[in-house]
Design a protein around this ligand. Structure first.
Ligand SMILES: Cc1cc2nc3c(=O)[nH]c(=O)nc-3n(C[C@H](O)[C@H](O)[C@H](O)COP(=O)(O)OP(=O)(O)OC[C@H]3O[C@@H](n4cnc5c(N)ncnc54)[C@H](O)[C@@H]3O)c2cc1C
Length: 419
């Protein structure tokens, strides 16, 4: 990063914020201003609300926002995956229609990938989309769909051709959730939250212009979504945390966190809350125990190393290297960090870790960490799948034996009668 350009960016963003930031503006009004100015997503193309700024300089912009507590564009949830996917594969019309409202937070998105019979084996999806001459008609079922109960749009992977091998018969769509033929049923998790859903499609419709990429190219488009999802799990992500500050914009942001972003409330706990560990050790006096100190040190080493590895991978991408398997390495590291953090929290808090409710340690946060951490090694592709990717694509080890990729999907034995 050149010092000169970092300082000039800092000066420019600071001047712009001084002239424009006002906590009494409306949230959507402010985010529209961010979109217009390019300061909301400075690394994005100029044509689409950005400034084409090198990624390495983006933290400088963020620091200036943080310095005065300025609110940013909407970044939490699947909307960031939708934006990345549409920027890479969307048509002009799709970018025009969706990107701005993603940034303002007016639209919420969900990811309609996993199915009861295909999670890790995503290419085995059997939800179907058939073209009737005017529309794609969708039938089938998805599951684990975070946020579908708040969403206006879904990123849908569906089978459009059963007569080619499984990866080649998939297409990628933007599906309107609030339409007849789409039924969203919430599921309750063991941590008490209900962020996932089952989603059922019965003759749901998609207009042809909402196909993303070409028909049959859904796998390629889905890989873009997943690479961004895994990259986002690499330890550099920030979750929406409401500020206590006064002003209309903060009130509206708190309301957004309570409603639309409610499914993500437990996500910091799912990552293990490394940030709480030292504080908890000090407040309980467990920092005097050499075993606890050793485990804390181990956690902090793992966590910092994972973060620096992620930053190094990003820096390499900025120098023109395409996004590669680093996402899988980072995702696996985040699972290890979360598990070690859970272990350390348990060492510090002891059996009280199991208590929830207002009298429990940190109002039940420790208990929530315990039951939320397992999600990290499942969401966005399990640890075993990340290990397979690393062994095959990074280390060049032999591929898993496959019986289902060399024949039309229709002929692949399955345990569900669906075609
Ligand atoms: C917090 C969270 C949020 C999620 N949000 C969404 C969402 O919004 N949208 C969405 O579409 N999905 C979502 N998912 C689903 C997630 O992507 C799937 O759960 C995940 O891909 C695993 O699929 P599965 O649950 O069907 O497990 P399975 O694929 O049935 O796997 C079961 C077990 O078998 C192992 N396994 C499977 N195949 C192999 C193999 N080839 N080699 C070695 N081991 C293997 C797995 O690692 C796992 O331990 C979410 C999951 C979580 C936990």
């Amino acid at each position: 990063m050149s010092e000169l350009s970092a300082e000039s960016v800092r000066g420019e963003v600071r001047a712009w914020l001084e002239a424009n930031w006002d906590p009494d503006r409306g949230l959507v009004e402010w985010r529209n201003m961010l979109a217009e100015s390019g300061w909301g997503v400075p690394a994005w193309p100029k044509r689409w609300f950005g400034r084409e700024m090198e990624e390495a300089l983006v933290p400088v912009v963020q620091e200036e926002f943080d310095r005065i507590g300025a609110v940013g564009v909407a970044k939490t949830g699947i909307r960031t995956l939708a934006a990345a996917t549409l920027l890479a594969h969307g048509t002009e019309m799709q970018k025009e229609k969706f990107l701005r409202r993603i940034l303002t937070g007016e639209d919420t998105w969900c990811q309609l990938f996993s199915e009861p019979g295909s999670g890790s084996d995503l290419a085995g999806a059997t939800t179907r989309a058939d073209f009737d001459g005017a529309h794609w008609i969708v039938n089938g079922q998805k599951v684990w769909t975070t946020s579908a109960h708040h969403a206006q749009y879904g990123l849908l992977l569906a089978r459009t051709n059963w007569d080619v091998p499984k990866h080649k018969g998939l297409s990628y769509f933007v599906l309107g959730i609030e339409q007849p033929g789409v039924e969203v049923r919430p599921l309750k998790q063991m941590n008490g939250h209900a962020s996932f859903n089952q989603v059922f499609f019965t003759d749901a419709k998609i207009a042809p212009e909402f196909l993303v990429g070409e028909e049959g190219e859904g796998w390629k488009v889905a890989m873009t979504t997943l690479m961004h999802e895994r990259r986002g799990a690499d330890g550099t992500r920030r979750w929406a945390m409401g500020s206590n500050a006064k002003g209309r914009i903060y009130d509206e942001e708190r309301a957004e966190i309570e409603t639309q972003l409610e499914p993500y409330k437990w996500y910091p706990q799912r990552a293990g809350r490394v940030d709480l560990v030292v504080e908890r050790a000090q407040e309980t006096g467990r920092n005097a125990d050499p075993v606890v100190r050793q485990e804390i040190a181990r956690l902090l080493i793992m966590s910092r190393a994972a973060e620096w590895t992620a930053r190094r991978a990003r820096a390499a991408q900025e120098r023109g290297r395409p996004q590669g398997p680093e996402g899988s390495l980072g995702k696996l590291a985040s699972s290890n960090v979360a598990r070690q953090a859970r272990h350390v929290h348990t060492l510090i808090t002891g059996t009280d870790s199991m208590l929830s409710g207002p009298d429990s340690p940190r109002d039940g946060t420790v208990a929530e960490i315990l039951v939320s951490v397992p999600a990290t090694s499942i969401a966005g592709g399990t640890d075993e799948i990340q290990r397979n990717i690393i062994s095959e694509r990074v280390l060049g080890m032999p591929k898993e034996p496959r019986f289902d990729t060399d024949r039309p999907f229709r002929e692949v034995p399955r345990n569900i009668v669906d075609s």
